[in-house]
Ligand binder design. Structure first.
Ligand SMILES: [Mn+2]
Length: 325
């Protein structure tokens, strides 16, 4: 970790922490953990993201100090902007302009991220694609700062770890050790994981049923390793939250007959966001990047315009050319 990045944090008096659009537990948890620690050191702190307008319900428990402010209330430029879990400014949505405006005003932009596709668009960077979660990097930063690990901070870090490692299945020994510290700080892992991952309204089941009714298996696709996919239409998603829709891929990716799982989530009649997951043979981040998106080797996403058939064809083509791991 560069000492100048740490100096920035040590001396910060006014900080804006940003998470990517449709923030997940790692992005928002990382921003809130570091934000709370800096607030406790006396800094003025605001945390924000561009879409949706409010904190997703499953993540509300991460902000007991009400540090999150609406995107419209984020100043054009801040002395210090910290972008969490965000590989490119475009993933900040309407807040992307705060990066250049802050640099132009002489402020600092610290990027903390674990995406291999990170373009290092800040003035300072803590970027490590071997970290399983941005929350791992934030915990290191908190330790370097000597910040006390209270339960709300530990809860935010744990939420990022448990989600980005798929329930610690991809966690290194050092990350399990870090998790032990978080439990010692008071985190209730069962309650937190249920709240963040598996707590759904009944309307989840009809939505899941409609989505899974569209599922198809193409054994020849993805270079012969197989593709399984499903669509979540606007109609199917009408009665559920973002959380329910985002969870569909976790069901689809369990199918053993396909290396790659894709879930097409309709945003507008002709616009779909696509979640891609691979088991271990195909680098889906390259396929996603080819379609204007990005992500990790085994978990990536993009937004594609067109009819259902057109977006499916685009993803099929992108997977045909994706590198093998
Ligand atoms: Mn992450």
């Amino acid at each position: 970790m560069t000492s100048s990045a740490l100096d920035l944090l040590r001396n910060a008096t006014d900080v804006t922490l940003l998470a990517h659009v449709r923030p997940d537990a790692d992005a928002l948890g990382s921003a809130l953990a570091l934000g709370r620690a800096l607030h406790q050191r006396g800094a003025t702190v605001r945390v924000s993201f561009a879409i949706p307008d409010e904190v997703p319900e499953s993540l509300r428990g991460l902000d007991p100090g009400n540090l999150v402010v609406p995107a419209a209330d984020v100043p054009a430029a801040s002395p210090l902007v910290i972008c969490c879990d965000t590989p490119v400014p475009g993933r900040l949505g309407s807040l992307a302009d705060r990066v250049e405006a802050t640099k132009a005003a002489g402020g600092a932009v610290l990027v903390i991220d674990h995406h291999a596709s990170n373009t290092r668009y800040g003035t300072h960077h803590i970027v490590d694609d071997t970290a399983e979660a941005t929350a791992v990097l934030v915990l290191n930063v908190l330790d370097e700062l000597g910040a006390p690990l209270d339960e709300p901070i530990a809860r935010c870090v744990y939420a990022g770890l448990v989600t980005d490692t798929s329930g610690f299945r991809r966690a290194k020994p050092s990350t399990h050790q870090a998790a032990a510290r978080l439990l010692e700080a008071g985190v209730d892992p069962d309650r937190l994981a249920r709240e963040v991952i598996d707590d759904h309204p009944f309307a989840w089941l009809p939505m899941l049923s409609a989505a899974l009714g569209t599922a198809r298996l193409e054994p020849e696709a993805a270079q012969g390793y197989g593709l399984v996919y499903a669509f979540v239409t606007l109609e199917a998603a009408a009665d559920v939250r973002l959380e329910e829709v985002e969870g569909v891929v976790d069901v689809v990716r369990s199918v053993r007959d396909a290396e790659v799982a894709a879930v097409f989530k309709q945003q507008k009649p002709d616009e779909w966001t696509v979640s891609l997951r691979a088991i271990g043979k195909i680098d889906v981040s390259v396929a996603a990047r080819g379609l204007g998106g990005g992500g990790h080797r085994l978990a990536a996403g993009c937004t594609v315009r067109g009819t259902a058939d057109e977006v499916l064809a685009a993803v099929r083509d992108a997977l045909a050319g994706a590198p093998l791991l």
